[in-house]
Design a protein around this ligand. Structure first.
Ligand code: ATP
Length: 266
């Protein structure tokens, strides 16, 4: 139940400052942040707070980070769940877990429920069966429909495969906002590298622009990994600052690792 130290019930101190290069998405999420921070203003006007946001796109692009930052920006409880945690052999177990999660979210509101890999429970249903997975999904749909307006709970789902999801999940009132989170372009890669090198001593010969240029097609997670590898390499070589060679070696290492996993990406 942990990811990047985000335990359940955490009030993360992650903010939008930690999320680099996703400016338009952050802009779009401002509305949700305002809903959460000023929920009374909206309910007085008879407006329902939109409760479901779906992030979709390739792995490692900052979906979890964004969700955590929304919680941080609104001082909300962050409840992390992975879709696969709900997939159980015994009928009713997954549905019960969904119920418990929502109960907790309501009790500790304002809260953000983040469900990573939502396709594990949200894949298209088998209309002629009533298996465990369908029951879990039905429970999730029921919970999303069952909120009353005074409860400030926002549910953020994340998936790499929007096309797999059951349409019932995407209907108005459920996950009706879909936000694509893609791999960063060169400008965004620069910003991500800046975020992940601010606390690292760098030699003057390092050009973030050059590194961004060499890392086309990589995700934010991979760039964070490169920055960390560079620091580790510098330590191993007993240097007191990270230099250009360390970064080049780190890039090679990370690219080689990716090539092994997926030869077609490079
Ligand atoms: P997955 O689909 O695999 O769950 P994800 O899209 O949720 O991936 P995150 O878990 O948010 O990706 O990203 C992993 C890590 O990569 C983050 O904790 C952060 O260190 C780094 N990272 C990714 N994108 C960004 C970004 N835009 N700005 C800063 N750091 C980033």
């Amino acid at each position: 139940n942990e990811k990047d130290g985000a335990k359940e019930n955490d009030k993360p101190n992650t903010s939008f400052r930690d999320v680099a290069g996703l400016e338009e998405i952050k802009e779009e999420l401002q509305e949700t942040i305002d809903f959460i921070n000023n929920s009374q203003k909206y309910t007085k006007m008879g407006a329902k707070i939109p409760k479901g946001i779906l992030f979709y796109g390739p792995p490692g692009t900052g979906k979890t980070l964004l969700a955590k930052a929304v919680a941080g920006e609104t001082d909300s409880t962050f409840l992390y769940a992975s879709g696969s945690e709900f997939v159980e052999k015994y009928v009713g177990v997954g549905a019960k877990r969904v119920r418990t999660l929502f109960e907790k979210a309501k009790k500790e509101a304002p809260s953000i429920i983040f469900i990573d890999e939502i396709d594990a429970i949200g894949a298209k249903r088998n209309l002629d069966s009533n298996n465990e997975k369908d029951q879990t999904l039905n429970q999730l749909l029921a919970e999303m429909d069952g909120f009353n307006t005074s409860e400030t709970v926002v549910i953020i789902g994340a998936t790499n495969r929007l096309d797999l999801l059951d349409e019932a999940l995407l209907r108005p009132g459920r996950f009706d906002r879909h936000i694509y989170v893609g791999n960063p372009n060169i400008k965004a890669r620069e910003k991500i590298l800046e975020v992940h090198t601010t606390n690292k001593p760098l030699c003057k010969d390092i050009s973030i622009h050059e590194i961004a240029n060499k890392t086309h097609g990589l995700s934010g997670a991979e760039l964070a990994n490169i920055a960390n590898e560079a620091a580790i390499i510098a330590v191993r070589k007993n240097k007191n600052k990270i230099d250009k060679d360390d970064f080049n070696e780190a890039i090679e290492r990370v690219l080689a690792g990716l090539e092994v996993k997926n030869p077609s990406i490079l």
